[in-house]
Design a protein around this ligand. Structure first.
Ligand SMILES: NC(=O)C1=CN([C@@H]2O[C@H](COP(=O)(O)OP(=O)(O)OC[C@H]3O[C@@H](n4cnc5c(N)ncnc54)[C@H](OP(=O)(O)O)[C@@H]3O)[C@@H](O)[C@H]2O)C=CC1
Ligand SMILES: O=C(O)[C@@H]1CCC=N1
Length: 256
């Protein structure tokens, strides 16, 4: 996820590569990042505390305690904005760990890689308007940004954070259905991708309720209603709702 954000920040020219420092434990990955993007690299998380503007925390939530225990906050003079993309991890825990640092909890998603991400941000108690402006401009470089109260962040994680995986399954299943109906795989993939992309664009650009769009596609006694009836029989909508709720609950659990 951090690499996706990094590539877009560079492409959008929001930051020059030589002004960025990436902390990465693996030598081969460090070399790759330095050679590919021209960024500065280090194997010391401690060095990142010297950031002048912002510090993006993009480790797994499960190793947060270990990483924090290895940091020494004594002697830090400048307090850059900490942007945490860790699923589930509450602001209170981050603010305790990063004493005196302003902290914003962020939930981006992988479409950020191609500039069409959806990011939600929730401000901590030490955050000033200038920090929010910075976080917004940073994540607007990778897509759209919405500010929410922290209480909504686990729900955001279940929907837009994890959602790309659910939509990818939908695309794969659509393609499989096409292949089962006799289409060559390459054509089925192309049709499935463009149908999902086109439908999302149509809903977004027209402001149509998704149900209204569904009604427009379903001719009486036609093909679409036959498919919709099968989706209902198989519990499609219920399965998607339960998937988002399961991801939401998992995000809550990660925060405990
Ligand atoms: N994937 C997604 O769609 C999203 C992920 N997130 C959040 O982003 C975070 C990262 O997830 P994701 O990118 O999927 O996972 P990755 O495993 O790809 O990224 C974790 C990164 O942390 C590095 N790392 C491991 N140990 C340390 C350490 N001790 N110090 C510094 N860096 C370390 C890893 O390096 P190495 O590879 O060398 O081990 C790797 O680059 C998670 O908190 C997740 O909740 C948020 C939104 C969406
Ligand atoms: O699966 C995860 O835990 C991360 C958070 C949101 C998307 N991926």
């Amino acid at each position: 996820m951090a690499e996706a954000i990094l590539t877009r920040l560079l492409e959008s020219q929001l930051y020059q590569a030589n002004t960025l420092l990436v902390s990465e434990p693996q030598t081969s990955r460090r070399e790759f990042l330095a050679q590919t993007y021209g960024v500065n690299v280090t194997d010391s998380n401690q060095e990142t505390l010297q950031a002048t503007e912002a510090l993006l925390l993009a480790i797994k939530p499960q190793i947060l305690d270990k990483v924090i225990s290895q940091l020494t906050l004594d002697g830090v003079e400048n307090y850059p904005l900490v942007l945490s993309i860790l699923a589930g991890t509450p602001l209170s825990r981050l603010e305790t760990a990063f004493e005196n640092f302003p902290v914003i909890r962020v939930m981006p998603n992988t479409p950020a890689t191609v500039g069409v991400g959806m990011t939600a941000i929730a401000a901590g108690t030490r955050v000033k308007p200038s920090h929010l402006t910075l976080a917004t401009s940073l994540f607007e470089a990778v897509g759209e940004v919405v500010e929410v109260p922290e209480s909504l962040m686990d729900g955001v994680t279940g929907l837009s954070g994890s959602g790309p995986a659910f939509v990818a399954l939908m695309i794969e299943a659509l393609s499989d259905g096409g292949v089962a109906s006799g289409l060559p795989r390459a054509i089925a993939n192309k049709l499935a991708i463009q149908t999902v992309l086109g439908t999302a664009t149509l809903v977004k650009d027209t402001g149509l309720h998704p149900g209204q769009l569904k009604d427009q596609v379903t001719s009486p006694g036609g093909t679409t209603i036959a498919g919709v009836a099968k989706l209902e029989e198989k519990g499609f909508r219920s399965a998607v709702i339960e998937a988002v709720k399961a991801a939401y609950r998992r995000s809550q659990d990660l925060g405990k």
